[in-house]
Design a protein. Sequence first.
Length: 129
Amino acid sequence: MKRAGILNRHLAGALAELGHGDGVLVCDAGMPIPKGPRVVDLAFRAGVPSFAEVLDGLLAELVVEGATAAAEIHDANPPAAALLDDHFPKLDLVPHERLKKLSAGAHLIVRTGEARPYANVLLRCGVFF
């Protein structure tokens, strides 16, 4: 049994399969899920687990070289915008409709229970060396 880190076996296994350049969408409970990418649905109840909790857990285990979010996040969800700005000084902002299209090319989608709008980010995996 794992001692620490991500204990969900489906999520831990999906993370182990990621490679350089693969996309991981971390999304709120309302984000449309496209057909194609592998999905690990962590949503339990509205707000549980939160976008921040899941993002922090993923960032502790992944090397991320870039991130993309919806430009609407700054007006619609300032706390999530501040969280992303803290983690990603060079955050790429696109219209929400564009982010939805980009999510179809993700390797993995991690759905949270987040119930605030635009709490979505597409991570681009990097390498540790």
